[in-house]
Structure formats: C-alpha cells, structure tokens
Design a protein around this ligand. Structure first.
Ligand code: CA
Length: 231
C-alpha cells in the first residue's frame, strides 16, 4: 500500500510537473483540476494520506473546499498552495483547517519535504489526541481530561478547548476564535464567546490552575504558566 496523495491544481503544466515528480518519489498520486472534481475526489475518493490543495481553482475555490472538507469530517492533512503571501491569507488558510501551506512559486524539493513531514506527523498522531500540559482531548472519542480526570464538556466547549490546545502560547483574538469555533462572522457584540470561555474555565479550574488567560484588548491565551509571565 503506497502513500496516497491528491493533488488539486488547475495549472496544467505545474500539475503535470508536481504529479510526475511525486510519483517518481514513490507516492500514489491522483489529480483534480477544478473545484467540482476536487470535491468528488476529496469526499468520495477513498482515504487520502495527504491533499495538496491550490487556492485559486475554476469553480469552488480551495479555501471553501477546505472548510467544507473539514466540516464534513475529512481528516487528511492538507497542504495549501497559494500565490498569496500575506500573513492574513496564510492565517485564513490555517484557520480553515490547513496543516501547512506553501507559497507559489515553490521549489519541488520543498514540496516533497513538506509532504513527507505531514505524512509522518499524521502517522504519529494516529491515536487522534491532542494535549498540552495536563489537559488532553481525545478527538476520536470527543472527550477531554485534565490530570487524568474527565471533564464534562459540551460540544462547543470541546471544540473551543481543542482550538486552544492547537495554539498554546498564542494570543488568539475573539474574531479568530469565533470564526473557527462557531464558523460564522463575529459581530463584535455578542458575548457568546465570553460565556463559553467562562464555563470552560470553570470546568478546567476544578482540576488545576488557570490555563485560559484573558489578554485585555487582544483576546485569549492558552498557557500552563501564570498569565503574569505571558508577553
Ligand atoms: Ca490555481
């Protein structure tokens, strides 16, 4: 059984080059050249070890495909290809569920290196848990623990905690958290997020010190060290 890669890229010359090169590297490669056939392959093409996804495509664009794929439960790592090199765009890609990105034009060797790294990472995380400090989320079972003790979380609290665990030590703006966990635009008014954070905090703090810190005017920081030490 080879490692199965799906390459979604509409520029024929680039796609040919990448597909041929990856096959020479020993991967089993399939190719889709537009949004519609990409979606069919992503959802119904069997289990992929990795999807290389271009941003701009005829039909549905890559970012939207990626969101849809993650929402429908697709778990293959996604390497996002983009000509966009702004930090905001890269963040959008990563927030939508990409595991890594590569800006065009790229060197083929770098693509191969990233593909290998992502496939290795997937093998390592096959147990599907994510943890930081003494907090662990079992993504398959949809359960969370702190210090070995189960936390009774709602689905929203669990996805909120998962998002925090994926970005420890980073200040996450309310907009970014909201966009990811609620999958809708933040209107800046609603206190839904604050309420959920408060509740999640209460449940976490019955089993240990504070890990979700409020950074005034900026958002939240997930960190096992005291907030005073945070930048
Ligand atoms: Ca393109």
């Amino acid at each position: 059984m080879g490692i199965r890669l799906l390459i979604v890229e509409d520029e024929a010359e680039l796609a040919d080059f990448v597909v041929r090169g990856l096959r020479e590297e020993g991967f089993v490669v399939e190719h889709a050249a537009d949004g519609e056939s990409a979606w069919d392959a992503m959802r119904f093409g069997g289990s992929w070890d990795l999807i290389v996804l271009d941003w701009w495509l005829p039909g549905e664009e890559g970012l939207s495909l990626l969101k849809r794929y993650r929402q429908s439960g697709g778990t293959a790592p996604v390497l996002f290809l983009t000509a966009r090199d702004s930090v905001a765009d890269r963040v959008r890609g990563l927030d939508a569920g990409a595991d890594d990105y590569l800006c065009k034009p790229f060197a083929f060797d770098e693509l191969v290196a990233r593909v290998r790294a992502l496939v290795r990472r997937r093998d390592r995380s096959a147990e599907l848990t994510i943890s930081h400090g003494d907090v662990t989320v079992d993504l398959a079972a949809q359960r969370a623990k702190r210090g070995g003790r189960s936390l009774d979380l709602t689905a929203k609290e669990l996805s909120l905690l998962t998002f925090f665990l994926r970005h420890p030590g980073q200040v996450l703006s309310r907009t970014r958290i909201y966009d990811h966990v609620w999958d809708e635009a933040f209107d800046g008014q609603s206190n839904t997020l604050e309420v959920h954070v408060m509740e999640l905090r209460r449940k976490l703090e019955t089993h240990g010190p504070r890990v979700i810190h409020t950074i005034r005017g900026r958002g939240y920081l997930y960190e096992s060290t005291p907030a005073a030490e945070a930048p």
